[in-house]
Design a binder for this molecule. Structure first.
Ligand code: SAM
Ligand code: DTB
Ligand code: SF4
Length: 327
């Protein structure tokens, strides 16, 4: 059953279940809503890197921190198209383009709309993450055929003020509402391992589960502690607590794709296997996230083979047409 009325106490109680009970229940719910051994692959591209005016404490792209990320202008359409074609050839079904902006300027939005059209023409699903959006801008992206917009709540409302000072939690909820109203699918999750408490992880997932409808896609990022950022020396999260977070996300949002996102390079194969058992059914695929490293395709392919997992096939019409031609 899909519920939006979870109480914070009920979410906290899920976190407190014995580990095996939690994973058993998450796996049961996972199987009721998804193909148990399929994983959706998204590839990321940073189309506008660095120099961001926001102050998100985790982020190497903020101009306010001292991380070694050089600011670059918006990428050219041809280069984006080439990267998307390469991602498709590698087996990704969705191409996610990220820009280090507080919010997009209208002129830049038109360039991104053109990128969306080109990537769709390759037969891939499209996702962009460009910061805060006004309703009019969301409608413009919908007209270009955008499938998903990524905008994370990042953490609980209570912990949020320790991490970001340049925009409010409500600004994020407003952007998510604009995306929904434009009928674009919502990709929304958060980051753990930033020094937050379990109560904050409960608060984040509770907020996500209250969104109606739930986000179609929920990225669970583990902090990549980048030198030069204020969180460079954050203590790593207990890996089993990370698995619990994935399992609770699966239980609260049964139909969503739960994505094992940033942080996989620092995870063992065994930890990732537990995350898939707990209900993760999507990953970022490709050797780079936005500015930091992600596991090599070779390593992921070998992990999938060992676990008997298979990549989900493409679902955009052009891909479906190509598949039916080859039958
Ligand atoms: N600038 C846009 C925004 O913030 O909405 C889009 C890009 S931003 C890099 C997208 C998301 O990446 C953030 O909301 C955050 O959840 C995640 N992220 C950024 N830096 C990270 C890090 N060091 N570790 C884990 N996740 C990170
Ligand atoms: C999301 O939740 N995680 C991705 C994507 N959405 C845009 C970004 C992770 C970024 C990790 C740090 C970096 O590579 O710069
Ligand atoms: Fe800018 Fe996004 Fe990084 Fe925040 S997370 S500093 S908004 S690029």
């Amino acid at each position: 059953m899909i519920r939006h009325d979870w109480t914070r106490e009920q979410v906290a109680a899920l976190f407190e279940l014995p580990f095996n009970d939690l994973l058993f229940e998450a796996q049961r719910v996972h199987r009721a809503h998804h193909a148990p051994n399929r994983v959706q692959l998204s590839t990321l591209l940073s189309i506008k890197t660095g120099g961001c005016p926001e102050d998100c404490a985790y982020c190497p792209q903020s101009a306010r921190h001292g991380a070694e990320v050089a600011a670059e202008p918006l990428m050219r359409l041809d280069d984006v198209k080439r990267a998307a074609a390469q991602a498709k050839a590698g087996g990704a079904t969705r191409f996610c383009m990220g820009a280090a902006w507080r919010s997009p300027k209208d002129r830049d939005l038109e360039t991104v709309a053109a990128m969306v059209r080109e990537v769709k023409a390759l037969g891939m699903e499209t996702c962009v993450t460009l910061g805060m959006l006004k309703p009019r801008q969301a409608r413009r992206l919908a007209e270009a055929g955008l499938n998903y917009y990524n905008h994370n709540l990042d953490t609980s409302p209570e912990f949020y003020g320790r991490i970001i000072h340049t925009r409010r939690y409500q600004d994020r909820l407003d952007t998510l509402a604009a995306v929904r109203a434009a009928r674009i699918k919502v990709c929304c999750g958060g980051i753990v391992g930033m020094g937050e408490t379990r109560a904050d992880r409960v608060g984040l997932l509770w907020q996500l589960a209250r969104l109606e409808p739930h986000p179609e896609s929920v990225p669970v990022n583990e902090l990549v502690a980048v030198p030069g950022t204020p969180l460079a020396r954050a203590s790593p999260l207990d890996p089993l607590e990370f698995v619990r977070t994935v399992a609770v996300a699966r239980l609260l949002m049964p139909a969503a794709y739960v994505r094992l996102s940033a942080g996989r390079t620092q995870m063992s194969d065994e930890l990732q296997a537990l995350c898939f058992f707990a209900g993760a059914n999507s990953i970022f695929y490709g050797d780079k996230l936005l500015t930091t490293a992600n596991p090599q395709n070779r390593r992921d392919r070998s992990l999938f083979a060992r676990l008997g997992l298979r990549a989900e096939a493409g679902s955009e019409p052009a891909a479906a047409a190509a598949a039916s031609c080859s039958r």
